[in-house]
Ligand binder design. Structure first.
Ligand code: SF4
Length: 313
């Protein structure tokens, strides 16, 4: 079958055999039967391989309904606690870049604070002090816990050089307030007792205590407080060089004489205190004025003690 017998393209007008013969005769058959120019073909997506190389592939319908495209990366400052720390930038502290992180540590000081030297024991600190320096050391002393509750450390008061050194136990409330030893009613009674034997607080006597700071509630000083403070008293004795020591009260007598004997067994006789320089100082024990105020009947014995001290002069 000749190509002319073939069925015309579907786009050619349909003709019958007679019409075909007639068209052949006039030489129009080919023209008539030539298919019409093809209509512009719709765009067809190129093969996948080509599209990957030449043009972006439009997303399939399923993907167009997918979740919205990822937003641009959030800045680091808005990231949650688990966000990676921001990369270091030259000249910018990491703590500024990573604000959600832990607070910055303080930079170590260039020079570490030098370790505090151990405190010098009181006995070592006072061994070369004069009386004025010793008073300054007592006022500034923190060698035991009594420094924490004191208003004033009570160094002592009186004549220097002195004839009698009067030693009490520890400051009471009034002494702590005023910074002076034996004030108030006890102090007035002591002044009267001294005056009875011709002694004056200002002229002949230096008055102090074994403990320089008031124990809370006037409790008895603890052994460690006595041990810390007694070097001040020993230095006062060495500097004042008293002719006599009058010790008032059980606690002061036991501390100064190094005994736990009762005050009843210690009073009524002369004791000797040996100093570091080898000298011996007579010591007389008597009742504390505060005790005499509570027990006036004991004033007669206290008077005997004062006469004993006066006789030994
Ligand atoms: Fe220093 Fe004596 Fe006072 Fe204690 S009681 S802080 S050792 S002065």
């Amino acid at each position: 079958m000749s190509p002319l017998d073939a069925a015309p393209p579907s786009s050619a007008p349909r003709i019958n055999p007679l019409q075909r013969i007639w068209l052949r005769e006039i030489g129009m058959e080919r023209l008539w039967l030539r298919p019409a120019p093809a209509a512009p073909r719709p765009a067809v997506a190129p093969p996948a391989e080509v599209s990957r190389q030449a043009a972006p592939v439009p997303p399939p319908a399923a993907m167009t309904e997918a979740p919205a495209p990822m937003p641009p990366a959030a800045p680091q400052a808005a990231a949650g606690p688990a966000a990676e720390p921001a990369p270091a930038r030259p000249g910018v502290p990491a703590s500024i870049l990573n604000r959600s992180g832990p607070p910055p540590r303080p930079a170590p000081k260039a020079e570490a604070k030098a370790a505090e030297p151990p405190p010098i024991p009181v006995a070592e600190a006072v061994k070369n002090s004069n009386l004025e320096q010793l008073a300054e050391q007592v006022v500034a002393c923190t060698a035991c816990g009594l420094c924490q509750g004191r208003r004033h450390a009570v160094f002592g008061q009186g004549a220097s050089p002195t004839r009698w050194l009067v030693v009490g136990e520890a400051p009471g409330e009034q002494e702590d307030r005023q910074g002076q030893p034996f004030v108030g009613r006890s102090g007035q009674l002591l002044d009267a007792m001294l005056s009875a034997v011709g002694m004056s607080r200002e002229r002949d006597v230096f008055i102090t205590n074994v403990i320089k700071c008031r124990p809370p509630g006037n409790r008895n000083p603890k052994p460690e407080e006595i041990a810390a403070c007694s070097p001040y008293l020993m230095r006062q004795i060495a500097l004042l060089k008293p002719e006599r020591i009058l010790v008032l009260g059980r606690f002061a007598a036991q501390t100064l004489l190094g005994t736990d004997a009762t005050i009843g067994s210690l009073r009524g006789r002369i004791h000797q205190l040996k100093t570091d320089e080898g000298a011996e100082i007579p010591v007389v024990v008597s009742y504390h004025p505060a005790y005499l105020l509570r027990s006036p009947s004991e004033k007669a014995r206290a008077w005997q003690d004062l006469k004993l001290a006066s006789r030994t002069l």
